[in-house]
Design a protein around this ligand. Structure first.
Ligand code: NI
Length: 143
């Protein structure tokens, strides 16, 4: 059942110096044109952050990692991990950064716990220089 959504106004009490910093933040971002839109963005982000903390929730994510393909059989190892998780891994982009280094961006979807463990295995593989997992959700019901 979808609840009807409408705009509600509410007052917020805030320390003047905090509000000044917030206004500067809003002006700097440029994307949100006013306080209301900026507050809505922050609330949505907070809700997404809290939602993706739940291990059973479905999330989408990207793993970005850099590695040296000359390191033993690293490329094969990383490929094997990805083949083991073909259900979760939607797409992989491989970029040859220079003669030695590769960048891979992997897009995945699945339970938060599974997505996190795939990232842990890939990023923990010896020879992966650095990398990061970023997770998000479709944010439905976060209008
Ligand atoms: Ni490469």
């Amino acid at each position: 059942m979808t609840k009807e959504s409408y705009l509600v106004r509410f007052g917020v009490a805030m320390d003047s110096s905090l509000l000044e910093r917030f206004d500067a933040f809003v002006a700097e971002r440029g994307t949100a044109t006013n306080r209301s839109e900026a507050v809505r963005d922050l609330v949505r982000q907070a809700l997404i952050d809290s939602e993706v903390v739940e291990d059973d929730n479905e999330v989408v994510g990207t793993i970005t990692m850099v590695f040296n393909h000359h390191t033993s059989d690293l490329g094969d190892k990383l490929d094997a991990v990805q083949h083991n998780h073909f259900n979760e891994i939607i797409s992989t982009m491989h970029v040859h950064l220079d003669a030695h280094n590769c960048l891979e961006v992997i897009v995945l979807k699945g339970k938060k716990s599974v997505v996190s463990s795939i990232a842990d295995v890939l990023l923990g593989t010896k020879g992966v220089k650095h990398g990061k997992l970023v997770v998000t959700t479709t944010g439905e019901n976060l209008n």
